[in-house]
Design a protein around this ligand. Sequence first.
Ligand code: SF4
Ligand code: SF4
Length: 286
Amino acid sequence: MESVAAMCRSRIRYRTGTQPFLKWKIHHRCNFSCAYCRALREPMVPSLRDAERAVQRIVEVLPGTWKVVLTGGELTSTFRLTSQIVGDLGEAGYPMRLISNFSASARAYARLIRISNGRLREFFLTRHAQYLSAREVVKRAAELRAEAGDSVAVTVRQVILPEDSQLKEAVALRTALSAEGVSFYPLRYVSFRGKQGQGHTYERVSSELLSAVFSEFVFAPRRKGTYCPAGFEYAYLNPRGELYSCMPYKYRKEGYLGSIWDEELPALKSEPTLCAVEYCSCVPGR
Ligand code: SF4
Ligand code: SF4
């Protein structure tokens, strides 16, 4: 059993080490059609009016110190809607991160920064190797860095398959992006069979190559039994307006905090709680 001291350390780390944030999945529409994507099954997109009301409700639920992480679908595929949302959230003072599949031009991303009144400060751009070559990624990253300026953090993410060629390419990509002032964040592949964490699929890859790519961590950390700010200083809002403690809980049909469309607003928890999920990498918001 975890000692009281360890529990306190865990609780303190979460309370002081992470910025509170809302992950808002605005819609599921996308301009790519990855074979493995579940988002495409529900291509619903809110109207401009509903999006405006959603931001108003978010303002009522969340303190302005929370960061709002905007994701889809692909939000640049609905540029007018996304512009309105970043404009409204920026006006309300929320710092923002945009998650995108890197299909938009640097100019389009920079336009969103301007519309947000400088509150859009982070880009997480997920490279899909079947659509974007490594060379194109570096070119676009350099263009975005030039357009966005140094105060905006840019991170390129990619799921790295357990293949030597992808792992070697990832090492080179990290170096090339770093020269442009852009971070590279490799994500481990998790099979649809759901073998979370223990990395059976990477077993045939050399450990040298593996550690060269995954310098931060190889697999999602074990979370079960540790304190987590989900529902307290972190929440997940889905396209239906339903607020959950976190995405993994939502998929377990747990952690429901309420709907932003209900008269009674969703209530956040008053403190971190113990996680019941075995492995999770979604805190602090990767
Ligand atoms: S880019 Fe993302 S949202 Fe779009 S189809 Fe691929 S996995 Fe789905
Ligand atoms: S699954 Fe657990 S660790 Fe992950 S965000 Fe949810 S409560 Fe926190």
